[in-house]
Design a protein around this ligand. Structure first.
Ligand code: LLP
Length: 421
């Protein structure tokens, strides 16, 4: 469910015409809906309304400060994976005790900074990282609350580049070794083992991998309690998928997901943490792009638009499907054709859609690439020296440019030419 719909023949984001934003801001741009962000956060949070739960929105999905502030104001905590993301969370006003820090390669400086901010917990991914965190915390004279990220060796049945809980993935510590690591950590002066963390992958649309994984979490929690570990929380990670393709891939509702979590946590008397990213932000955003040219090649038709793989890398990186609709509703029922939607970047992999049946677009028409609010702008770049794509946030009948398009001077000014040249 989202708040992008046709009104008077024009696609609107809440009460604002997408066409009007395009005229003002220029294309391409991302456009987010506050109502959709809010709805998704609430649906997820309310699924755990009767539990002691903390939702830590996974910043990597969409890290714009205005998005973070919108979610932070609703009470969301944050899951961060770098000092930069931690700084964003703090700049958005999120309390440190609602922040968890994940990632396989935290540096000493990042640990020290996170400790100085007093974050809630570190998700520790290796024995080596544990030793360093123990040392850094010792030097700072504090104890770090840690959860081992446990790798359960479960196939989440998602794209291989976003599966994280199989034995061959770089993430976490093997399930079989986890119990021993908690015992080790319990002896250390700089850390307190107080939680368990698991994140098996992203865009998961089948509940079975979750329930298998959460059964292991429950088993481990029982063992740790037997060992005298004062388990304070279980972090179930993120990963609940979203519908990218019309009504073809409807993911489970957060309530169904919650039923599995609550069964796994029953009677454990722990706080429940979650790190959803995609399911909060994806459907809350569209990418708006203008058709530059259409052409018929020897083998197929191309619709060349002004957004490219540097603006939305998901189609080429993960073979991801994003529905595409026209901003002008009159185009919807035009006969159309099968076409590749491609950008101006000089790579064959630069496409937003391949062999897609679309209405009849002409030069100047606007199209909206749907479900682009997560891992869209956050993964954008200036490749081909293209200006970083701007972002707009809509709320009811107002909108704001929450990341302006840089100027070419901004872009070129980031480089420094040494004196000898
Ligand atoms: N927690 C951890 C430790 C994670 O690694 C991730 C995502 C999340 C939470 C949030 O997962 P979500 O709820 O969004 O599924 N760029 C890729 C997705 C990468 C996901 C990385 N980790 C894409 O566009 O599909």
């Amino acid at each position: 469910m989202h708040h992008f719909a046709y009104r008077g023949g024009v696609l609107h984001a809440e009460d604002v015409s997408v066409d009007a934003i395009a005229s003002k801001v220029g294309t391409p741009f991302y456009c987010y809906s506050t109502a959709t962000l809010t709805r998704h956060y609430k649906v997820f949070a309310e699924a755990f309304a009767n539990a002691d739960a903390l939702v830590c929105y996974s910043i990597k999905a969409n890290s714009n400060l205005a998005v973070l502030k919108t979610l932070g104001n609703l009470g969301s905590g944050m899951d961060v994976v770098s000092e930069g993301e931690l700084r964003r969370a703090r700049a958005a006003g999120v309390a440190p005790e609602k922040i968890v820090f994940s990632g396989v390669g935290k540096t000493r400086d990042e640990m020290a900074y996170a400790l100085s901010e007093g974050i809630y917990a570190f998700n520790v991914e290796s024995e080596a990282e544990l030793a360093v965190l123990n040392e850094v915390a010792g030097q700072a004279g504090v104890r770090a609350r840690v959860a081992f990220r446990v790798n359960p060796d479960i196939d989440p049945k998602t794209h291989k580049k976003i599966s994280t809980g199989k034995a061959e993935d770089k993430f976490g510590v093997p399930y079989e070794r986890a119990r021993g690591l908690y015992r080790e950590a319990a002896e250390m002066a700089g850390v307190t083992p107080s939680g368990i963390h698991m994140h098996i992958g992203s865009q998961i649309t089948d509940l079975k991998p979750f329930s298998d994984a959460f059964a292991l979490l429950r088993e481990l929690a029982g063992q740790l309690k037997e060992d005298g570990c004062d388990l304070e929380f279980i972090n179930f990670g993120g990963g609940l998928g979203v519908p990218y393709r019309g009504n073809n891939d409807i993911p489970p509702h957060p309530d169904e997901y919650a039923a599995i979590v609550l069964a796994a946590a029953k009677d454990l008397k722990v706080k429940l943490l979650f790190e959803p990213g995609r399911m909060i932000a994806a459907n809350a955003g569209i990418l708006v792009t203008r058709v530059l040219y259409t052409k018929t090649g020897a083998a197929q038709s191309f619709t060349i638009v002004d957004a490219a793989m540097n603006d939305l890398i998901r189609p080429t990186l993960y073979e991801a499907w994003h529905d595409i609709i026209p901003v002008d509703e009159r185009l919807v029922d035009t006969p159309g054709q099968i076409t590749d939607v491609v950008g101006p970047v000089c790579e064959t992999g630069d496409y937003l859609a391949l062999a897609r049946k679309l209405p009849e677009y002409s030069s100047g028409d606007l199209m909206a690439v749907l479900t682009a609010g997560a891992y869209g702008a956050a993964q954008s770049s200036s490749y081909n020296t293209r200006l970083l794509i701007p972002e707009v946030l809509v709320k009811d009948d107002q909108y704001a440019l929450i990341r302006p398009r840089p100027t070419y001077d901004d872009l070129l000014g980031r480089d420094k030419v040494p004196d000898w040249l």
